[in-house]
Ligand binder design. Structure first.
Ligand code: KIV
Length: 252
């Protein structure tokens, strides 16, 4: 990749050529640090609600929360492609989806992401027709945790497999540049990656996606009270921070 600003086209062109790293970000210093580390895709995820705002799940996140944190992240002016999640119930209709996607773009998002496949096809088409690049999200949809009851793997049985392929086909038809596959059984994640032109970005979906995304707090250990099993944690930052604070307290 050159040193130029990364766009959705840059990311799409990497499909089949090299693996794509993506991480979540929620504020200015984290965005600046991840950008300096060379991460090409950043997402102000609505995981914000859990790892920053202290809610039990993502259904509590509002448009105002997403705008506030997207503005903070965008102030870092990253070379990376910076996107933001449309929060819970903010894209119930195509009109609401476009209005709220435009609000996130005004806050600094260069693409938006929303959860669902065929069931949100009119919304996805309307967002893309408004000129806003779109990242899909299928498999486990955290905004549906109240109906699902738990986080679990998708695509294990025939019906689940067919629903994922149909969702992916709908997103491909709409013209998304990428799609997150969350907790999709690895053979199905591989099949979607091979069958569709968009970039697949896996989370807990095995090694055969075009890219991988993680919640940065999970990767770095800054939200130590819960870490999903699939996360290859690279740092236990909370332990180091607590030790540093204890050390300073001893010295005063
Ligand atoms: O909200 C989020 O952080 C996400 C990613 C983990 C895919 O949707």
């Amino acid at each position: 990749m050159s040193g130029d600003k990364i766009t959705p086209e840059t990311i799409r062109a990497l499909k089949g050529r090299r693996r794509i790293a993506a991480l979540t970000t929620y504020d200015y210093p984290m965005t600046r640090m991840l950008d300096e580390a060379g991460v090409p895709v950043l997402l102000v995820g609505d995981s914000l609600g859990m790892v920053v705002l202290g809610h039990p799940d993502t259904t509590h996140v509002t448009m105002a929360d997403m705008e506030h944190h997207t503005r903070a992240a965008a102030r870092a002016k990253p070379r990376a492609l910076l996107g933001a999640d449309l929060p819970y119930r903010s894209y119930d209709t195509p009109e609401a989806a476009v209005t709220n996607a435009r609000r996130l773009v005004a806050a600094g998002a260069e693409y938006v992401k929303a959860e669902g496949g065929r069931e949100i096809l009119p919304q996805v088409k309307a967002i893309i027709a408004a000129g806003i690049p779109f990242m899909g999200h299928i498999g486990m949809l955290p905004q549906h945790i109240l109906e699902e009851g738990r986080y679990h793997i998708f695509g294990r049985d025939d019906a689940g497999h067919a629903k994922l392929l149909d969702g992916a086909a709908a997103l491909a038809e709409a013209g998304v540049f990428a799609t997150v596959l969350e907790l999709v059984t690895p053979p199905v994640a591989k099949e979607v990656t091979q069958k569709f032109p968009f970039v697949t970005i896996g989370i807990g979906s095995g090694p055969d996606c075009d890219g991988q995304i993680l919640v940065t707090h999970d990767l770095l250990g800054t939200f130590p009270w819960f870490t999903p099993k699939f996360v290859p944690q690279k740092l236990r930052a909370a332990e180091q921070m607590k030790a540093a604070v204890a050390d300073w307290m001893k010295a005063i």
